[in-house]
Design a protein around this ligand. Sequence first.
Ligand SMILES: [Zn+2]
Length: 258
Amino acid sequence: MTWLLWLMVVTGLATPASALELDAARLIDLTHAFDADTIYWPTAKPFLLEPVAHGVTPGGWWYAANNFCAAEHGGTHLDAPIHFAADRWTADQVPLERLVGPALVVDLSEKAARDADALLTRADLDGFEAERGVIPPGTIVLVRTGWDRWWDDRAHYLGTAVPGDTAHLHFPGVAGEAAAWLTTARRIRAVGIDTASIDRGASVDFRAHRAFANANTPIFENLTNLGALPAQGAVFIGLPMKIGGGSGGPLRAVALLP
Ligand SMILES: [Zn+2]
């Protein structure tokens, strides 16, 4: 027993936040698998897994290994601020504190079901706050559009399944004015969405990307399972590959439910 633990036992202090609390929590995977079917931007290199070994070696033991190759921006991934703003954080520079934190889930799924070009607007956020209270600074705002249910249908998920076609993208996103307001009036920690981009597919000026990036706000895209999260109370953990100088990268995102 360490002296600290001994001190806590004799003084009756609770054990520190530790494995005990983690065991009681429920983990939700918010990540799509990376494989040959993973959706990437129409102009990006898709995920490629190149087998190196898979079998019993001449020595008699099992050995499996692969090489992989992929664009930074595809599948469940991070957009580092440098993606859309000069002199902002690269993937490896984003502080861990910006990748882990309390999450609020803003549900846009009804609006999105009616309109593939739906935007999360200031009015939607006002409505959310009227119901749930003011979004505290340091929140990770997760925008649920329900689009993850089209993940296996690329044409529906993106609006087009044609490689290289960025002229016919249709999926919901966040309005530029809403993004700017979240970074300035609410000083959120990070933002995430269950579509291919924080700007809607039809966007030509990427105002949401630019507003978040300018404020050094990390963006998580192509999340899944946001419908399994409560509107408030979850902790989001989004740990991207730490690519030196990267503009983003593959991400393993999970939520911790109380
Ligand atoms: Zn991206």
